[in-house]
Design a protein around this ligand. Structure first.
Ligand code: NA7
Length: 293
């Protein structure tokens, strides 16, 4: 398929690379010039990238970035054509997604929101899991692209429901990790070996995919970003905003948001979100370490 791909960050670069590898004709555009994908064309503007494309795929930071690429100066809007599909893998506001979809519908363009989970590793080896909102027939047409980038897709409903699901998923990741980090901090302060605690967690019903994934990094004190704190913070703020719009109270997430705020003030925004642990450690006066560290 002819694909215009926008956003060559940690996730987008790997995803566009996998599209090229699968034989699709890809043209890329990135806000900061100089980022390349081997085998893909480069366009000077979003409008130029989208010209003649069957599918426009986005993977950028936030709602403003998506809006800018679609409707800003030299935006994709100028090159919209009947039958085109816009797919957005960025994590952004569900209500803004619905608004963007309405803005292009009158031009005969379909809109699918397709945020994903699987982190940098899943993007690299093409094993992402997509949670998708949109028309079933349109999603069917996108299947070869999903297959090149991921291993599974879940259709969650109409456009916007992919984003809504993603927020509900990341809410859990943020809270599960916070629980793990607080447990590690308390146990360490009380003299329990954190490595031993992790072995016990793995053997009991407390275990979780989040802990399984994060524990080795945490025990080695490796906070290089798999999922940067700034993006998890953005997702938490999006979730609180969506909850407010829907008149839902999320007291635990509100508290955790304050920790991300403080971690940002401490200069940790570009580290992995696991670095929120360092604040708990500071307050407790301990450091959580496994043998490997
Ligand atoms: P990164 O690695 O932070 O990359 C973000 C990308 O978004 C990168 O290509 C940025 O371009 C681009 N970006 C950011 N702001 C804008 C604006 N205003 N206009 C155009 N392009 C922009 O994020 P990930 O790849 O890890 O994640 C991407 C999404 O997936 C995000 O929503 C996650 O929550 C999930 P730059 O190179 O900085 O010019």
């Amino acid at each position: 398929m002819r694909v215009a791909f926008f956003g060559l960050g940690i996730m987008g670069h790997a995803m566009a690379t996998n599209l090229v590898k699968a034989g699709h004709e890809v043209t890329v555009w990135n806000r900061t010039p100089g980022k390349l994908v081997e085998g893909a064309g480069i366009a000077p503007t979003p409008a130029a990238a989208a010209q003649g494309a069957e599918v426009v795929w986005l993977c950028v930071s936030d709602t403003a970035a998506v809006e800018n690429i679609l409707f800003g100066p030299d935006g994709v809007e100028q090159s919209l054509a009947e039958g085109m599909i816009i797919a957005d893998s960025s994590t952004i506001s569900p209500s803004a997604t619905v608004k963007f979809a309405e803005q292009v519908r009158s031009r005969g363009v379909a809109y699918v929101d397709a945020p994903m989970t699987g982190s940098k590793i899943g993007a690299g080896n093409g094993t992402l899991i997509f949670m998708v909102g949109g028309d079933e027939a349109i999603i069917e047409r996108l299947k070869p692209l999903f297959a090149a980038m991921g291993k599974k897709i879940f259709r969650m409903g109409e456009t916007g429901k992919g984003q809504a699901t993603k927020l509900a998923m990341n809410l859990q990741i943020a809270l599960i990790f916070e629980g793990f980090a607080e447990a590690l901090t308390l146990a360490t302060k009380l003299g329990v070996d954190p490595q031993q605690l992790v072995s016990l967690i793995d053997a009991t019903m407390v275990r979780s995919g989040v802990v399984e994934y994060k524990a080795p990094f945490v025990l080695q004190r490796d906070f290089t970003p798999n999922f940067p704190l700034r993006l998890m913070h953005k997702d938490i703020l999006l979730t609180l905003e969506a909850a407010k719009e829907a008149r839902v109270k999320l007291p635990a997430l509100e508290t955790v948001e304050e920790i991300y705020e403080l971690a940002t003030e401490e200069g940790h925004r570009d580290l992995d979100y696991a670095a929120t642990l360092t604040l708990l450690e500071k307050w407790a006066g301990v450091q959580v370490k496994g043998e490997a560290a």
